[in-house]
Ligand binder design. Sequence first.
Ligand code: FEO
Ligand code: CA
Ligand code: CA
Ligand code: CA
Length: 596
Amino acid sequence: LPAMPRKATALGFQSVPFSNADKVVVPDGYTAEVLYAWGDPVGIKGNMPAFKHDASNSAAEQGVQAGMHHDGMHFFPLPMGSRAAKHGLLCMNHEYIDPGLLTTDGNKQMTEEKYKKALAAVGASVIEVAKQKDGSWQVVRPSRYARRITLETPMALQGPAAGHPLMQTQDDPTGREVLGTFNNCANGWTPWGTYLTCEENFDAAFCDFSQKQDHDFNKTRYGVQDEEKLYKWADIDLRWDRQINRNEINRFGWVVEIDPYDPASKPVKRTALGRIKHEGATPALAKDGRVVIYMGDDQRFEYIYKFVSAKAWNPKNRKANRDLLDEGTLYVARFNEDGSGNWLELTQGKNGLTADKGFASQGELLIKTRLAADLVGATKMDRPEWISVNPHKAGEVYCTLTNNNQRGAEGKPGVDAANPRKNNLFGQIIRWQERDGDVAAADFKWDIFAMGGRPDAAAEEHKNHKQLGDLFGSPDGLAFSDSGILWIQTDISTSILNQKEYAGMGNNMMLAALPETGEIRRFLTGPNGSEITGISFTPDQTTLFINIQHPGEPASEVSDPAKPTAVSAWPDANPAGRPRSATVVVRKLDGGVIGL
Ligand code: FEO
Ligand code: CA
Ligand code: CA
Ligand code: CA
C-alpha cells in the first residue's frame, strides 16, 4: 500500500496564468480528462441509455443518467477502508437545472414530461469508478452500486424535527417521509463511510402568494418569493404551491445522509443538523471521539454552524453509527472584534430560546434554525461556503466567505472585523483555532487567512495588499489534501466574470495554498462560463476528482434554447450540442502526489 503522503513544504508545480480558453488548463506535467458528464448513463444493468445531444432523452432516461450541474463530491474506496486507490465509488451532487438546456425546446411551454425530467435531473449520483492500466479512470458499467437519487427518491426524516406538525403534509401525515432532495450544493462524509449531501437554495422551487400579514418565517427569513419564475414546477404540481401545500418546504433545507455501499439503503434527512441554506457538512473528530460537523449557510449575512454528536463514533461497529447524527448539540459562531470567538448553543430552553419566542420544542427550533441563530447574537458573515479542517494542525479550521455586495449598503449590516470590506466583491478565507485543538470546544481564536482582490483595483475595498502569489476572488470550494495543501476553487458570478472589477482575471479557477507561508498558486482554470467545484482525492492523493459546473452560463435564455447565448461548447466541442457539467479527473503524468 502507498505510504501516507508527506506534508508539503513547497508547491511543486508552475502556476497557470489567467485563462479565457474554453477548456480545463492544468500545469505542465498534469492531465485533465472528462469522466462523467450530464446525461452519461450512471451504469444500471440493462438500462444505460446514451446521452442525446439535442436533449431529447425522456424523463425516464434522465432518471438513470447523470443529472445536471455537478457540485460537491466524495470518493469512497472499494473495498471500504482500502487505501489502494484504484477502485471506488464517487458520490456527487447535481445541484440544479438549466430549463433551457434540459429539453429540446426549454420550458416556455411547461408539460408533465418536462416537469418529470427536471425532478430526475437533480439530486445525486453514485457511480463506480476504476483506474485503468494506463492510469486513466473509467466509470464501471454496469455496476451493482450505480444509483441516481432524484427529487422522487423516498427518504426518511429523522432527528428532533421529524414528525413535528410543521413537517406534516397531506401526502405524509406522519411528517417522517419525504420525496427526494434538491439544490444539493456542497457535501461532507462520515468516518463510517457515508455521504452527506446538503440542501442549499431550496426556496427556488416554491411559490407563495400570501398577503403580507400572513407571511411566515419561510417568507421573512428563508427567501421564498411570490412567484416561482425559473422552474415553473408549481404550474404542474401543487406540491410547490405554499397556498395549497404549506409545509412541504419545511422538509427541505437539511443535510441528507446516503450510504453508497448499500444501493438499497434509504437516504435520511438529519434534522439535528439544522435547517439552513446548507453549503457543506465537513466532518472532524473531537478528542473524545464525538463527531463534529461544520456547516456554512450560504446567503448574505448568514452564519457558520457546528454540530457535536452526543455519542462517540464507534470505529469497530459500522452499524452502531447508523443514527449517530440524530442526537447532539447545534452551535452557531460569533466572531468577536478582538479575535476571539464563541460557539453559541442552539438548544430549546437555553440562551433565551423559549416557547414564548416561538421555539416550543427542539424540533420547532431546528425548522427555524436561522431565527434561533438571530436571537443568540451570531455574527452575520459574507456568505459562508465550504469549510475544511487542517489535517496537520489539530482544531484549525478554514472557511471561504465568497462575497457580499450588500455589506455596508444602506439598511444592511456594516463591516466588522471578520467581514471587513463594504461591497465585498472578492471575498476572503477566515480560519479559527479551536481551544486546546479540540473541535468540540466552546470557543476559539480566529484570523483572516487570505483576502481576494487585486492590487490594481480602482476602489480601496477591492485592493489586496499583502497576498503572496496568485490573485483570486469569490472563493467557494475549499479542501485540504492529506499532504496539507489547502485547495481553493472560485465561483465568480458570470455577471462579472472577467469583466467590470474582475476584468482580465479570466475564467474561474482552482488554486493551492500553503497554510504556514500563506503562498497561493493557481493550479487550474476552467472552461468559459463555468465554476470549479467538487474536490475529492483518492487516499494516496495521486488522483484528484473535480466538477465543472454550468459551462457556458448563461447557456440559454433560461427557458428558451432558441435564443442561445452559449459561450462554451465544453466538453464535446459539438456545435449542435449543449455545454454539459462534468466530472474531471486530474492526475500527474508521473503518477505522483497532486501538488507536490
Ligand atoms: Fe451552491 Fe453556495 O454554492
Ligand atoms: Ca458552492
Ligand atoms: Ca458559490
Ligand atoms: Ca453553483
